[in-house]
Design a protein around this ligand. Structure first.
Ligand SMILES: C[S@@+](CC[C@H](N)C(=O)[O-])C[C@H]1O[C@@H](n2cnc3c(N)ncnc32)[C@H](O)[C@@H]1O
Length: 229
């Protein structure tokens, strides 16, 4: 199984071996990879939609790992029994969808040992929600997408309290900064560019809008972080 850089990064951040469910698996590449390359004793792949579920079934059969990977159809963590797995992966979805999946089965999520998340967008508000809801971020990584078009964030979290006195760090990624993660400067520059674009758009109709000051302040703080690196 030849994984994309994004999926490889998800594997890299996992504490292995473990018992694991890949929620929203689609192609089932991660479960297949784990079946072929790890000692994980239970591997579940699930998807909410029939078509990706069928794709997962076909891929798992073709890879001849049906005995190691169990495929389930259903939404979010509802496919799991409490304490059935130690680890959940939720990747390739928007931050709000990931938040919804965790919030819907919060009790089960709070019993997990690790949750690996790879939001396609909305990582900052996902982080804030997680920390406000008794999850702590234990590791974070960055990876450039296949077409070099975008840098993705991968988070490993676990139940617990994370003391963060500065929400701006949560916006950037506290572990990314602490670990001086590879690609960090490029990622911060991308973020700055996004904020500048938003400022320019707002300024067309409302040059005095308070959001512009807010974004200017954030860009100043981002520059301070870059200097510290
Ligand atoms: C873009 S694919 C990502 C596939 C894979 N996880 C990856 O990162 O490459 C998103 C998948 O999540 C599934 N999905 C969306 N919401 C879901 C939910 N609430 N529960 C389970 N699967 C969901 C979709 O059906 C789709 O197959």
């Amino acid at each position: 199984m030849n994984l994309s850089a994004r999926l490889k990064k998800i594997i890299e951040i996992l504490d292995l071996p473990t018992t694991v469910a890949d929620i929203g698996t689609d192609h089932a590449y991660i479960p297949i990879y784990l079946a072929q390359n790890s000692e994980c004793s239970a591997i579940i792949a699930s998807d909410a939609k029939k078509q990706p579920y069928q794709v997962a079934v076909e891929h798992v059969q073709r890879a001849e790992v049906s005995k190691r990977v169990e495929i389930r159809l259903g939404s979010g963590l509802s496919v799991l029994k409490e304490e059935e797995v130690e680890t959940v992966i939720i990747a390739g979805m928007g931050g709000p969808t990931i938040k919804e999946i965790i919030a819907t089965d919060y009790k089960l999520a709070q019993q997990l040992e690790q949750i690996v998340l790879q939001p396609m967008a909305g990582a900052a508000s996902l982080r804030k929600w997680l920390v406000d809801n008794r999850f702590k971020i234990t590791d974070e990584k960055l990876v450039r997408g296949q077409k070099a078009e975008k840098i993705y964030q991968v988070l490993r979290v676990e139940p617990g309290i994370m003391d963060i006195d500065d929400d701006f760090l949560l916006e950037l990624g506290p572990k990314l900064i602490e670990n001086r993660e590879e690609l960090l400067v490029e990622y911060l520059d991308e973020l700055k560019e996004n904020w500048k674009n938003i400022m320019d758009k707002i300024a067309i109709n409302a040059p005095q809008h308070e959001k512009i000051n807010e974004l200017e302040h954030k860009i100043d703080r981002l520059e301070e972080v870059k200097e510290w690196l």
